[in-house]
Design a protein around this ligand. Structure first.
Ligand code: AP5
Ligand code: MG
Length: 216
């Protein structure tokens, strides 16, 4: 199953991707996570990406296309993959089509999680992440059992630099301008399914599984 999880920042792409990994045993490819790992490790890529990410701007297309091309050819993608946070621009989507054509792995479905802006801002400003395993928490909706400590791995929990107010507003603007046009792009291809992302996390997952039942 080859899936794109699509939606604005805070729509729940990462949250649902993790549940899909557990359920279907196919990998999550989150370009945000890949970039953040590079920032943490201080790689050349991470240093170049950090300035864009902290402001809530997109990292240049060429960088992302290179990352995705390599990642999709790794053996764990053989049975399928979940793209989370890629593509985010029309050139990225065009490049993806070429890559997937070469390896003969067409996208089955684009799951578009729809959530209004006020709810997105609420979710993002409350989000906390584990610095070790990447698990996601929310101060209001799903806090960790022990404050500041990850339930899963005991790692330290922190707030992403781009989850601060200014960067969040800019990420929403960037989404509308550069990423939202992909709704039309995939809708024209007949592979876009829009879901109500405002429901409870497990309800959204149930809806996703109902859509994916056709492809399993
Ligand atoms: P990225 O890491 O992809 O961030 P994003 O798209 O802004 O998305 P988020 O991770 O903020 O939201 P999400 O949809 O995953 O929501 P989550 O599940 O965490 O990208 C970061 C940056 O990297 C970009 O700004 C850019 O600079 C760069 N980048 C990445 N990819 C790129 C690309 N392709 N091209 C160029 N640049 C790129 O949920 C959010 C919160 O809500 C959590 O606290 C969660 O617990 C809670 N929540 C989730 N679902 C629900 C629910 N149903 N009800 C209540 N709360 C919920
Ligand atoms: Mg995410």
């Amino acid at each position: 199953m080859n899936i794109i999880l699509f939606g604005p920042p805070g729509a729940g792409k990462g949250t649902q991707a993790k549940k899909l990994v557990d359920f279907y045993g196919i990998p999550q490819i989150s370009t945000g996570d890949i970039l953040r790992a590079n920032v943490r490790e201080g790689t050349e890529l991470g240093l170049a990406a950090k300035a864009y990410m902290d402001k809530g701007e997109l990292v240049p297309d060429e960088v992302l296309i290179g990352i995705i091309k390599n990642r999709l050819q790794e053996p764990d993608c053989e049975k399928g993959f979940i793209l989370d946070g890629y593509p985010r621009t029309v050139p990225q989507a065009d490049a993806l089509a070429v890559i997937l054509d070469e390896i003969d792995k067409p996208i089955d479905v684009v799951l578009n999680l729809q959530v209004p802006d006020e709810e997105l801002v609420k979710r993002i400003s409350g989000r906390l992440m584990c610095s070790k395993c990447g698990a996601s928490y929310n101060k209001t909706f799903s806090p960790s059992k022990k404050e500041g400590i990850c339930d899963i791995c005991g790692g330290e929990i922190y707030q992403r630099a781009d989850d601060k107010e200014d960067a969040v507003q800019n990420r929403l603007k960037v989404y509308k301008k550069q990423t939202q046009p992909l709704i039309d792009y995939y809708s024209k291809q007949g592979i876009l399914v829009t879901l109500d992302g405002t429901k409870d996390i497990n309800e959204v997952f149930k809806d996703i599984k109902a859509v994916l039942a056709k492809f399993a």
